[in-house]
Design a protein around this ligand. Sequence first.
Ligand SMILES: [Zn+2]
Ligand SMILES: [Zn+2]
Length: 387
Amino acid sequence: MIINADLHIHSPYTKKTQDKIDFNQLSINAEKKGLHLLSTGDCLHPQWIKHINQLEAIDEGTFRCNNTYFVLSTEIQSSDHVHHLLFFPDLTSLYDFRQQIIPFCLDLTQCGRPSINLSSEDLAIKAINTSAFIGPSHIFDPFSGLYSQYKTLSDCYGSASSHIFFAELGLGIDSYHADILKELHPLTFITNSDTHNPHPIRLGREFTQFQVKKITCKNLLEAFQRKNNNKSVLNAGIPPEEGKYYQTGCIKCLRSYSLKDAKKRSYKCKCGGRIKKGMKEKILEKATTKQAHYPYHRPLYLSLLPLHEIISKVLQEKNPFTEQVENCWSNLVSTFGNEIHIMLETPIEDIKKVADPSIADAINIFRMATFSYKEGRGGSYGKLYLK
Ligand SMILES: [Zn+2]
Ligand SMILES: [Zn+2]
């Protein structure tokens, strides 16, 4: 079966998360979005684990609330400031791991995403020894991504490197950019929302589609390893060009520069403003080749914006949270079932019968990847052209 999964979310016990987030609301919104599987997030937090334990247990490490499945997962910050995602095959593994790390953590109740006083390598060894799966979160994040602290994956995980099966790309990074780095080729890429808010604009704004035998944690962990015909079949997420620092550009006048020119000018723009190096150039600097070569197993990466945002852009609303946008979105979702189905599969002609035809055309532009952008730079988001 084919399922849509968002494997990185946060509970109310992580800073900046909405207090009202709970499993019931997550599952209701996941269903409207078209997500079958979510991570619990924050599963080391003593309060959140009480909520997890109230869910219906389906299989080892697999729970259900309404029609949505959940797997045991948390994010952790290691002492070298790298963020990691961990998945636990069952509660025994989770409790074992928790015992192992308690001496290296001041207080697990402090934050849903705990900081552990262990290096990435030592943390990974403890995870592996307790049968958990670990991989880096948002690998190109400028503050807490693996590449912000290390040159290579093996510099980060050392002796544990061969046990890393997945990497999270992070918002606005696609497979094309990540596959420029050869060392990432063996890994399964996961694309997740990292949301602190259960609203369907945020939840599933990036997601991974998997082919699995059944929706269980065991099959998901096999999919990371591409075992027994379980595997990822699609990554979907925000177009990289949307990102505020995609291209190298001036933070004052937004003029764009090639890296060569920026260096020549010592990162000082003609207008006097500072030139900030773009994410694209940062990745290319680490690359051994200028172009990505996809490994045979890499699925398609589909650039998508949340449907609320597409509607808002087409209707020229101030933001995606207005009543008009919400009404249009609700109407589409109640007619066709869920957002991901609308974005990927509903016939465009059918969408035109229910919504403004320009919305249907915009959805088609994303399906065909024929959109174009004035690329984001200097702290300003990219501008989407829908023609
Ligand atoms: Zn993080
Ligand atoms: Zn300037």
